[in-house]
Design a protein. Structure first.
Length: 319
C-alpha cells in the first residue's frame, strides 16, 4: 500500500526506528536530479545558491544615459539605483509508505521506484507554485499572491484571432507583440502538451508548420523541445494543471530559483500515520510497514512579471 506523496501528511514520525537510514546518502542526489528533470520551471530559469535564511538579490534600477557634448563642454551627470529583493526558502516534503516485505524482497526496485515518484512529486509541486501560485494536494503555495506567472497582466486567448487575422498563428504572433510593445524580449516558450493539437494544425504565412519539434533517438523526454517563431520551446504535460493556461512566453532569465542543500531523508517503522482514503491512524511497526520521508527547501524569485505573457485556452471555453 502506498500513500500519494503529494498528499501525505507528516504526522508522528520517529527517526529512531530499526530501518532509520536505510536509504543511503548517495541516493538523495538522484532524487534531486529527478525533481529537476520533472520540473519545467527548474530547467528554464537559472539556479543560484540559496541558504536557509534566504538570499538577498541586488536589482539595478534605472539606466544611465550618455549624452553628446561639445568640445570642452560640461559632461552630464547620470544616476542609477539598486534595490534588494529577497528569495526565501520554503519546505516541501513527502512520505512514502510500503510494506517491509517489499523492501526486503526487492530493495533495488523499490528504491528506483521511490526515487522517481518522489522526484516527480517535488517537481510538479514546484511548477504548480511557480506557474499558477497553487499548492499541491491540500497545501497552498507559500510564495505569496502575485508571485507566479499567472499573475502577469499580458494574456492572449488562443482562438480569439479570426482566420482573416491569422487564426492560431495570429494568436501566437500577438503574444510576441504584447512583449515587444512593452520593451520585453521573447526568448523562449513553456507550453503544455494540451496546446500541441492546435499548433500542429496551424501554419505560418508561408504555409510552414508553426511548431517544429526536435528529433529524438529512442523515447521522447518528459520535457520535449522544439521551436516556435524561431524561439526554443519546452513542452510538458505538467504546465497547465487544473487551469486554462496553455503556456507562457517571455524571458525566463527574469526569474531565479534555488534549493537549500538538496534533499534530506529518513526511513522508519516507528511511526503512526494516516493510511488509506479513510485516514485511519496505523502503526507502521504493528503492520510491518516502512515510511520514507523526503524533504527539501526550495525558493524562487520572479524579478519582472512584465517579462512574461500567458496563453489561455479560449478554444475549449467557446470564446
Amino acid at each position: 500500500m502506498a500513500v500519494d506523496p503529494t498528499k501525505a501528511q507528516l504526522l508522528g514520525t520517529n527517526t529512531s526506528g530499526t530501518f532509520a537510514g536505510y536509504l543511503p546518502p548517495e541516493m538523495s542526489a538522484p532524487i534531486f536530479e529527478e525533481a529537476t528533470k520533472s520540473s519545467v520551471a527548474m530547467q528554464l530559469i537559472p539556479q543560484v545558491p540559496l541558504g536557509p535564511q534566504g538570499k538577498a538579490i541586488p536589482m539595478f534600477t534605472g539606466t544611465p544615459t550618455a549624452e553628446w557634448v561639445a568640445e570642452a563642454g560640461a559632461k552630464p551627470l547620470v544616476t542609477g539605483g539598486v534595490g534588494i529583493k529577497t528569495m526565501n526558502s520554503h519546505k516541501i516534503a513527502a512520505i512514502f509508505v510500503v510494506s517491509a516485505e517489499v523492501v526486503r524482497a526487492d530493495p533495488g526496485g523499490f528504491m528506483g521506484n521511490m526515487r522517481k515518484k518522489l522526484g516527480e512529486s517535488f517537481g510538479l509541486a514546484f511548477d504548480r507554485a511557480f506557474f499558477h501560485g497553487q499548492g499541491s494536494g491540500s497545501s497552498t503555495s507559500p510564495f505569496g499572491a502575485g508571485n507566479n506567472l499567472d499573475a502577469t497582466t499580458k494574456s492572449v486567448e488562443l482562438g480569439s484571432a479570426t482566420q482573416a487575422q491569422g487564426g492560431i498563428y495570429g494568436d501566437v504572433v500577438n503574444t510576441l507583440k504584447l512583449l515587444v510593445d512593452d520593451g520585453k524580449k521573447l526568448k523562449s516558450w513553456a507550453l503544455d502538451t494540451a496546446i500541441e493539437p492546435y499548433l500542429l494544425t496551424s501554419f505560418d504565412a508561408n504555409g510552414r508548420p508553426m511548431f517544429v519539434e526536435s528529433t529524438y533517438t529512442g523515447t521522447a523526454p518528459t520535457v520535449r523541445g522544439g521551436t516556435l517563431l524561431g524561439r526554443p520551446v519546452s513542452m510538458s504535460d505538467g504546465i497547465k494543471g487544473s487551469t486554462t493556461t496553455l503556456g507562457y512566453a517571455g524571458d525566463f532569465s527574469q526569474a531565479i530559483w534555488g534549493v537549500v542543500g538538496g534533499i534530506t531523508y529518513d526511513v522508519t517503522d516507528q511511526a503512526t500515520l494516516p493510511i488509506g482514503d479513510s485516514g485511519s491512524m496505523v502503526s507502521l511497526w504493528q503492520h510491518n510497514m516502512l515510511a520514507v520521508r523526503a524533504e527539501a527547501e526550495y525558493g524562487y524569485l520572479i524579478n519582472d512579471l512584465g517579462a512574461f505573457a500567458k496563453i489561455v485556452d479560449a478554444v475549449d471555453e467557446g470564446a
